[in-house]
Design a binder for this molecule. Structure first.
Ligand SMILES: Cc1cc2nc3c(=O)[nH]c(=O)nc-3n(C[C@H](O)[C@H](O)[C@H](O)COP(=O)(O)OP(=O)(O)OC[C@H]3O[C@@H](n4cnc5c(N)ncnc54)[C@H](O)[C@@H]3O)c2cc1C
Length: 413
């Protein structure tokens, strides 16, 4: 089932990219995600023989982990529009695999943006050349005591010295020493080999006194928690990371308090833009499930899709999916092409697309009747996956407050 591409300027290569990634999402990613979602113990997702490794390995062999890395560093170097096309299709297959692959890229993507020799040699090159899941990234920001207040720069409490992160770095010689704990929500935290780690350096500045380090996770003093058991995106392994007097070399610290807020804002703009693309794909997946089912199920002597009330619901779902794509493509193209980004547009994309995906999945479950809540049909998983997305990458309420501040600051000023 294919949607009508409204962008008539897509090149043949971009159309071919969309088709190839969709085929992979349909034949490889989605069946594996369904299989992993059904495992009762989330620890089993990461067992040696788990299909998780097979899917991630296939993506590495295809170079999908390098979509953000410029060609001159050996990556695929997709344009912002191509990135949107790519992520929509991957997440159409599975939101959990999209997030796992998305955070996998984060340490190396940042290292490639900064471009210093030590980062290219120690991070970007081994990541790009990895074809066997030997280099897996994660983005570690959330802490047991800090979620929303850690993620969004520019809030009234961001400069309050009484509110600081628990993971802290102090200078020692040419390097740094890290102590503290990141929460069980860190995607890939269970098995990542490297982290893009957000931490606190200067407590007198509150959350604004932060820093960002790109670090290997096999250093002495690092330990992990158990894989998190949760409602949605169960194919995505998540777990806490604990730092006990962990020594890192100086080149690993890529941002200190003077640049921290700008870097945090850029990270959120990128991550939320990706979430908009992901959940365009998930909304579309849920809509397509509903459309297919409505063409099969007969009630009152007619197919569901022949009842006018059902037709109206299908139209409303379709409209939401198309609006998701319209806003999330524009936000991604703008914010991945401009520095500094206009983060309020990425937030609008994330909040709109995740909410719309949740509503589409909810309506689709209703259309399936009793089968909608049975494990037999994929729509039940999509419903759980979209529910998690309203909190993931920033709760939609708090993101909305942050965007409102940016709108008041920027719009017409
Ligand atoms: C599937 C998934 C994947 C994730 N992946 C990662 C990852 O890769 N790395 C990582 O570090 N983290 C990750 N997270 C964590 C995620 O970023 C946090 O869950 C999110 O930022 C919210 O933080 P919290 O859970 O601590 O909720 P809290 O911040 O404690 O918020 C709880 C509630 O209070 C409300 N609230 C908070 N502050 C305010 C306020 N000022 N005004 C009004 N209401 C407020 C919120 O809206 C929310 O409803 C993930 C989470 C999920 C669900």
């Amino acid at each position: 089932m294919e949607y009508l591409e409204l962008d008539m300027n897509l090149t043949d290569e971009q159309i071919a990219l969309k088709k190839a990634v969709h085929k992979f999402a349909k034949e490889v990613i989605r069946p594996a995600a369904i299989q992993l979602d059904a495992l009762a113990d989330p620890g089993d997702v990461l067992k040696k023989e788990s299909i998780y490794w097979d899917v991630m390995g296939q993506m590495k062999k295809l170079g999908y982990h390098t979509v953000f890395i410029p060609e001159h560093f050996g990556g695929m170097g997709l344009s912002p529009l191509e990135l949107h096309i790519f992520w929509e299709e991957i997440a159409w297959g599975s939101a959990g695999f999209a997030v796992s692959l998305g955070v996998d890229t984060f340490p190396s993507f940042f290292a490639s943006l900064i471009g210093e020799d030590a980062l290219i040699k120690n991070i970007v090159e081994p990541f790009v050349n990895d074809t066997g899941c030997n280099f897996i990234g994660c983005w570690a920001i959330t802490e047991p005591d800090h979620g929303s207040d850690m993620l969004v720069a520019g809030t009234p409490y961001f400069h309050d010295p009484k509110i600081t992160g628990n993971v802290r770095a102090r200078r020692e010689g040419d390097g740094w020493v890290i102590n503290g704990q990141k929460s069980a929500w860190v995607s890939n935290g269970t098995h990542a080999t490297h982290a893009l780690l957000f931490l606190n350096i200067d407590q007198s500045m509150g959350m604004a006194g932060g820093g960002i380090a790109i670090i290997p996770l096999d250093l002495p003093g690092i330990s992990r928690g158990k894989p998190l058991n949760k409602l949605g995106q169960r194919e995505l392994p998540q777990g806490e990371i604990i730092f006990d007097n962990v020594r890192i070399p100086g080149w690993c610290m890529v941002a200190e308090p003077d640049t921290y807020e700008a870097m945090l804002d850029m990270t959120l703009a990128t991550a939320n833009a990706c979430m908009g693309a992901f959940f365009t794909g998930v909304a579309r997946a849920a809509f397509e499930e509903a459309l297919t089912y409505s063409r099969e199920r007969v009630q009152g002597g007619k197919l569901l899709c022949e009842h006018q009330l059902v037709q109206k619901k299908l139209f409303e779902m379709f409209m939401k999916v198309e609006t998701c794509r319209a806003i999330s493509r524009k936000a991604m193209v703008y914010n991945l092409s401009n520095t500094p980004p206009r983060t309020e547009y990425s937030i609008a994309s994330k909040v709109y697309c995740t909410q719309a995906a949740f509503e589409v999945a909810h309506e689709a479950v209703q259309l399936f009747g009793g089968y909608g809540v049975s494990k037999e049909y994929h729509i039940e998983k999509l419903f759980r996956d979209t529910r998690s997305a309203l909190i993931e990458d920033g709760s939609n309420d708090v993101l909305g407050l942050a965007a409102a501040e940016a709108i008041l600051r920027n719009y017409g000023a």
